[in-house]
Design a protein around this ligand. Structure first.
Ligand code: AGP
Length: 611
């Protein structure tokens, strides 16, 4: 969860590095730094805090002249977020500089070996080990940078995306990755490396996605690639057609609000290419009808919000396609020695496609020979490339740490998959499929309607900026919605919040309900209305203030709930796509009301690439 950039070319490097880092700050923002070769030596500047501190320190890069450099924005894993621990890191003679995203798991062993050879360390980071190890091999192998890089990647274990410059070779940037994302951009001003595409879009749309243990060597006008043994390889660039504004705020105060409002378009973009003449076409699935009929069990594995979409879609795969589904948190799945039966399908859901636990779960499934499908938003990401098949969500770049539009796209992608399976397996008629698809195609417009009443939610949210505990309750899919509503609130407002299966409250947690405690009851599942209403009564008699989120034809709930947010009527299977909208807005406005940094909440990063 750090961001790295590198540049070599005709222009001054530092301003380009700062611009690239500003597009990667969502990956980590507790410190930042740059290393630029000034014509004689490598100069490093780094600082704790947000990137703007580094910009001010270097006068927007003006006091770091030079045409080649590397930069880094950090989310601390090893070593406190201090200036000493900030990247880039030097070797002792300051002739090699390196930036790193990932974790070197055997860094302590290597550090001790280097100390025994007389190396001295100044930081607590695993990355500094790489700087000294490069120095060691550089000196050992005739000062050949490529050999030094090859030797280092054969020694280190763990995950890395590295940017490296050598003072003896002041016109070359080296880069290599394993498990942490890395791309190379080919621009007219020169060539770039970065952790993610938005960092280079201002300069180029021609990008190379680097595979594990591939090395890139960039000069001002050449880009070469090598395999793990240093042998030349060929790679094809890809043309990125994202709208560059998609990675900008476009007038919204925060990326999160922009992305909440992009949901109608994101959902439309995800479903429309896959619904043709009343049929579901998921070409990328690459599964024959026979293979779909042979599926005996689905494992949905993910983290955080992506996991919540899986909890939701268990009901839909089982309800419509009649396929048993097990939903796991990736961090649990990868260590619980899961049992895979004949005919299992593992679906990994991930916005970033780089979440370490989800990637590890994918690799576990593949090791066991189980068919895997990724539902991923970032094109070319590790999970997208390593899964047997990938079904992309077309949400576009999602910058805010708290996911919204990607979450909504993950929901509808699974709706379509479940309906496809149900139809191929003869569980629903063509007429029923048509009706379900009509409901799904209505969702973007219905989301738009909900986005139109943000003022009411903003007013309500302002009443709860001082809240200490908030509860979200629901049954069935309403419980899954509660999970996401609760996570949204706590991760950006820092208010403790808990989602609870409504029927489970009386088994302990109800003791926490006090006078004025806010309980948000999600009541969209008609056959469970009465049960949830009785749970609402239970918490109200203990003093709770109840906000209900329910279907707009459920008027008698006003006799029970203190406040009600109505959502347009849709099929019970799909209500998460609508009920989550007011809950996203509620969380957003509470966070704004508290004056917090909505897009970059404390302790979090957009992509959790460490376990
Ligand atoms: C959700 O708002 C969080 N940002 C987080 O829970 C996220 O959903 C989780 O880390 C999974 O990320 P992924 O979808 O990129 O794998």
């Amino acid at each position: 969860m750090c961001g790295i950039v590198g540049y070599v070319g005709k222009e001054q490097a530092a301003p380009i590095l700062l611009d690239g880092l500003s597009k990667l700050e969502y990956r980590g923002y507790d410190s930042a730094g740059m290393a630029v070769y000034d014509g004689e030596k490598i100069v490093i500047n780094k600082s704790t805090g947000r990137l703007k501190v580094l910009s001010e320190l270097t006068h927007d890069g003006e006091n770091m002249p030079g045409h080649i450099g590397i930069g880094h924005t950090r989310w601390a894993t090893h070593g406190e977020p201090t200036e000493t621990n900030a990247h880039p890191h030097f070797n002792e003679s300051k002739t090699i500089a390196v930036v790193h995203n990932g974790i070197i798991e055997n860094y302590l062993k290597l550090k001790n070996l280097l100390i025994e050879r007389g190396y001295q360390f100044v930081s607590d980071t695993d990355t500094e080990v790489v700087a000294h190890l490069l120095d060691y091999y550089y000196k050992k192998y005739d000062k050949d940078p490529l050999t030094a890089v090859v030797k280092v990647i054969h020694r280190v274990e763990g995950s890395y995306a590295l940017g490296i410059i050598f003072a003896d070779y002041p016109d070359v940037v080296y880069s290599v990755r394993k498990d942490s994302p890395l791309i190379v951009g080919k621009a007219k001003e020169g060539n770039l490396i970065a952790s993610d595409v938005p960092a280079v879009l201002k300069y180029t749309r021609d990008v190379y996605f680097i595979e594990n243990e591939e090395i890139a060597r960039l000069t001002e006008d050449t880009i070469e690639f090598f395999n793990v043994d240093g042998e030349p390889i060929q790679k094809q660039s890809k043309h990125i057609d994202w709208d560059i504004n998609a990675a900008e705020k476009n007038g919204y105060e925060h990326f999160m609000l922009k992305e909440i409002y992009e949901q109608p378009k994101a959902v439309r973009d995800t479903i429309s290419p896959r619904i043709k003449d009343g049929k579901i076409i998921i070409e990328e699935l690459g599964m024959t009808d026979e293979e779909i009929r042979s599926i005996k069990k689905i494992h949905i594995v993910a983290c955080g919000s992506a996991y919540h979409t899986g909890v939701t879609n268990k009901y839909i795969f089982e309800g419509l396609a009649r396929i048993p589904v097990e939903v796991d948190l990736a961090s649990e799945f990868r260590y619980r020695n899961p049992i895979f039966e004949e005919g299992a399908l593992v679906i990994i859901i991930s916005q970033s496609g780089e979440t370490a636990d989800s990637l590890a779960a994918l690799r576990l499934a593949k090791e066991k020979g189980v068919k895997t499908l990724g539902i991923v938003n970032v094109v070319g990401s590790s999970i997208a490339r390593e899964a047997d098949k990938v079904m992309y969500t077309w949400a576009g770049p999602e910058i805010a740490v708290a996911t919204t539009k990607a979450y909504s796209c993950q929901l509808v992608a699974q709706y379509l998959l479940a309906l496809k399976f149900a139809q191929v397996r003869g569980q629903i008629t063509d007429e029923q499929l048509k009706e379900y698809l009509h409901e799904i195609e209505m969702l973007p417009n219905q989301i738009e309607i909900l986005l139109g009443n943000k003022e009411r939610i903003q007013k309500f949210a302002n009443r709860y900026v001082a809240a200490k505990d908030v509860f979200f309750i629901g049954r069935g899919i309403d419980y899954a919605i509660s999970l996401e509503g609760s996570l949204k609130l706590k991760e950006i407002s820092y208010i403790h919040s808990e989602a609870y299966a409504a029927g489970e409250l009386k088994h302990g947690t109800i003791s926490l309900i006090e006078d004025g405690t806010l309980v948000t009851a999600v009541v969209t599942q008609e056959e469970l209305y009465k049960k949830t209403i009785s749970n609402i009564v239970e918490v109200k008699t203990r003093g709770a203030y109840v906000l209900a989120v329910t279907n707009d034809d459920n008027l008698d709930i006003e006799k029970t709930a203190d406040s009600v947010i109505y959502i347009p009527k849709t099929n019970a299977y799909f209500t998460n796509s609508l009920a989550i909208i007011p809950l996203q807005l509620f969380a957003y406005y509470v966070s704004v009301g508290k004056g917090l940094d909505v897009d970059k909440p404390r302790n979090l990063a957009k992509s959790v690439t460490v376990e």
